[in-house]
Design a protein. Structure first.
Length: 165
């Protein structure tokens, strides 16, 4: 059985992330989506809120497990027994960064990385763009799964964090 790890901060999860999970499900019997932290990033949503949003979006995918990641990607991949790390690539800058990470994954964990080009219609979609649109009070529905829109109420222009149940 092939286990694929898709890790990210998902601040918030976007249609690009969802597309990556759906495409990975075509070649992997088990997909682990790990919601992580990066100390170099400033997050709009807490770790728990991001985890909850990803769970809400992926709840109906039988091959997918969602987990909180409090370690490095490599440590998480080894912990869950991943055969491959799947990463989406939108731009040349993404590719440059992911090639370095793929080398580290292979050198230190003997784990391969599959880089999947983003579909052209999703190439501009990023969590950063969604956060900027939220700050400006703009409609984000074309960039994020519908399931998370109710979870992001009261934060568009005010920067208030939503209360997730």
């Amino acid at each position: 059985m092939t286990c694929a790890l898709i890790a990210g901060s998902f601040d918030p999860i976007t249609l690009g992330h969802l597309d990556l999970v759906m495409r990975a499900s075509r070649f992997s019997e088990d997909i682990v989506v790990a919601v992580g932290m990066n100390s170099a990033k400033n997050y709009r949503f807490t770790h728990d809120q991001r985890l909850h949003m990803v769970q809400a979006v992926l709840a109906h995918f039988p091959k997918v497990r969602v987990m909180r990641m409090d370690t490095t990607l490599l440590e998480c991949a080894l912990e869950v027994g991943a055969d491959v790390v799947v990463k989406g690539v939108r731009t040349g800058a993404d590719l440059d960064w992911e090639l370095v990470q793929a080398t580290v994954n292979r050198d230190f964990g003997d784990i391969e990385t599959l880089l999947m080009p983003t579909r052209p219609e999703l190439a501009i979609v990023s969590s950063s763009l969604v956060r900027e649109l939220l700050t400006q009070g703009m409609d984000i529905s074309r960039y994020v799964p519908a399931a998370i829109i109710p979870l992001m109420t009261d934060n568009e222009a005010s920067e208030k964090r939503p209360t997730l149940k």
